[in-house]
Ligand binder design. Sequence first.
Ligand SMILES: Nc1c(C(=O)O)ncn1[C@@H]1O[C@H](COP(=O)(O)O)[C@@H](O)[C@H]1O
Length: 162
Amino acid sequence: MTDTPLIGIIMGSRSDWETMRHASDILAELGIAHECKVVSAHRTPDRLFSYAKSAVDRDLKTIIAGAGGAAHLPGMVASMTRVPVLGVPVESKALSGMDSLLSIAQMPGGVPVGTLAIGIAGAKNAALLAAAIIANHDDAVAERLDAWRQAQTDAVGEDPAA
Ligand SMILES: Nc1c(C(=O)O)ncn1[C@@H]1O[C@H](COP(=O)(O)O)[C@@H](O)[C@H]1O
């Protein structure tokens, strides 16, 4: 996307892309400008610092942060910006994402991260929540989000044997 991004999707490693691309796909479907970057609290702390510290000035409306294992990325970003952070626990090999989930969910009071489900469902829902936040102030996005939701409903047939 070439437009100024409204939403930042960041992830701890390129290995998270197979999960996080589902968030990007939904934002693209909804026509919401966004960016996708690898940013790691552990491996690229300086990049993390400048990303989080510049988020307000860059007018990002929401940051979606996906990470696996000792998933410190969402919480560390949230500690450095008031831009809302949605955390996606990426499924880890060793502990099936329970480590990621608990690392992201169990933030201390005062530093909120909105925690989604483990894996692809969480990535999709993070994108839909971020879109809903934008839709509060953007009628065109609201219309597209309503249409997306209606299409999902229409796709569910009533007959279980069909
Ligand atoms: N949890 C974090 C952070 C962080 O929280 O800053 N940086 C990388 N990682 C995670 O390490 C896992 C394995 O990464 P590799 O596949 O690169 O070894 C990934 O799921 C990533 O999100």
